[in-house]
Write a protein that binds this ligand. Structure first.
Ligand SMILES: Cc1ncc(COP(=O)(O)O)c(C=O)c1O
Length: 362
């Protein structure tokens, strides 16, 4: 079976370095908030050209703590996309605020900036775009709207580590950039992990306090926080993989070029808008024949996944928001048509060719 991502192959390539790193950390007996976390934070901040990076326990927590630290909570609204992983909305709801959905751009499947202003109310506090599948959202438009209306911007960068707009990294445009190191992400840990990038030092301080039981240390607690730290072992593993992230992303981009070249059937291929650098966390096709294509791939031993079959506004858990079918038609249509193909740096030319042929024949 051709997998969606081959983490065994990736591990085999860096096994020695990883095992050395893990051994070093285990021998140091410093397992929580130690030097590897600090080093990783510093390297990721520099990579994004931002003042601060804060390691946390997951991408979901990165969003939750950033939204909370911005003072957003009960009776507030956060504008976001319905075409994302569930955690984007969950994090908003954890704070007591409500997610307000805006339909998506049919090409990039990111939030459609042209529809944002109509959803702004006196309760709106922030816009939360998601760089879905690794293609940057239109941050020029989003930040302009936010500025005009005095709103915060929180970027969901879970799928976009390394993606750029005119050479500037996603996660450096808003008040906070929220990353996930879930193992299958472009930069993945060997467990859960997350991180917030930002420039505002006092906001960074608040997030550092929130991730560690509301404390700056010494058993003094200025607020009720959480246990949400990136652990030292994951930070060490991420330090090893971080050295290769640009190479990994370049290989993903090269594989996308091959898919683009070999797929000739009547399907819509992913776009890369001018000025944008897509990091292809997913290579996602669209077709009215999606289910037929997926069956043909399965019969031939090729994995594929529908990200996402149910947009958030139609999720049972969010029925209290009162949306129904037809509320966000572009997102609903995407959910009917999308199909993500195997995508990872180690994917081979001949495998891509084989996958493309199956799609073309279907
Ligand atoms: C768009 C998006 N947001 C948030 C998350 C949550 O990240 P995590 O699984 O690290 O909590 C994910 C991934 O899982 C994601 O894809």
């Amino acid at each position: 079976m051709v997998p969606m991502i081959d983490l065994q192959k990736q591990f085999a390539d860096i096994k020695e370095e990883i095992l050395d790193m893990v051994t070093e950390i285990l021998e140091s007996a410093h397992y929580i908030l130690g030097p590897k976390v600090t080093l990783f934070e510093n390297k990721v901040a520099a990579y994004h050209n931002v003042a601060e990076a804060i390691g946390v326990a997951s991408g979901t927590d990165a969003l939750h703590l950033a939204i909370k630290a911005l003072g957003i909570g009960k009776d507030d609204e956060v504008i976001t996309t319905p075409f994302t992983f569930f955690a984007t909305a969950e994090a908003v709801i954890y704070t007591g605020a409500a997610p307000v959905f805006v339909d998506i751009d049919p090409e990039t499947m990111n939030i459609d900036p042209a529809q944002i202003e109509a959803k702004i109310t006196k309760h709106t506090k922030a816009i939360l775009p998601v760089h879905v599948f690794g293609h940057p959202a239109d941050m020029d438009a989003v930040t302009a709207i936010a500025k005009k209306h005095g709103l915060h911007v929180i970027e969901d960068c879970a799928q976009s580590f390394g993606a750029e707009i005119r050479g500037r990294k996603t996660g450096s445009f808003g008040d906070a950039g929220c990353f996930s190191f879930y193992p299958s992400k472009n930069l993945g840990a060997f467990g859960d992990g997350g991180l917030v990038t930002l420039n505002d030092i006092s906001l960074a301080d608040r997030i550092r306090v929130l991730r560690n039981h509301g404390s700056k240390g010494a058993y003094k607690h200025e607020t009720v926080g959480f246990n949400s730290r990136l652990d030292e072992l994951q930070a060490g593993i991420l330090l090893v993989k971080f050295k290769k992230i640009d190479e990994y992303n370049m290989k993903r981009r090269a594989n996308a070029v091959l898919y683009d070249r070999y797929i000739s059937g009547k399907v819509t291929k992913p776009v890369e808008k001018p000025g944008m650098t897509h990091v292809y966390h997913q290579y996602t096709l669209r077709s009215k024949q999606r289910n037929k294509i997926q069956s043909a791939l399965k019969e031939n031993g090729i994995s594929s996944v529908v990200y996402y079959p149910v947009p958030l506004h139609l999720q049972e858990a969010l029925s209290f928001l009162g949306h129904g079918k037809g509320s966000f038609p572009v997102a609903e249509q995407a959910a009917e048509e999308v199909l993500s193909l195997p995508m990872y740096p180690e994917l081979q030319d001949n495998t891509i060719r084989e996958i493309a042929e199956i799609i073309n024949n279907a």
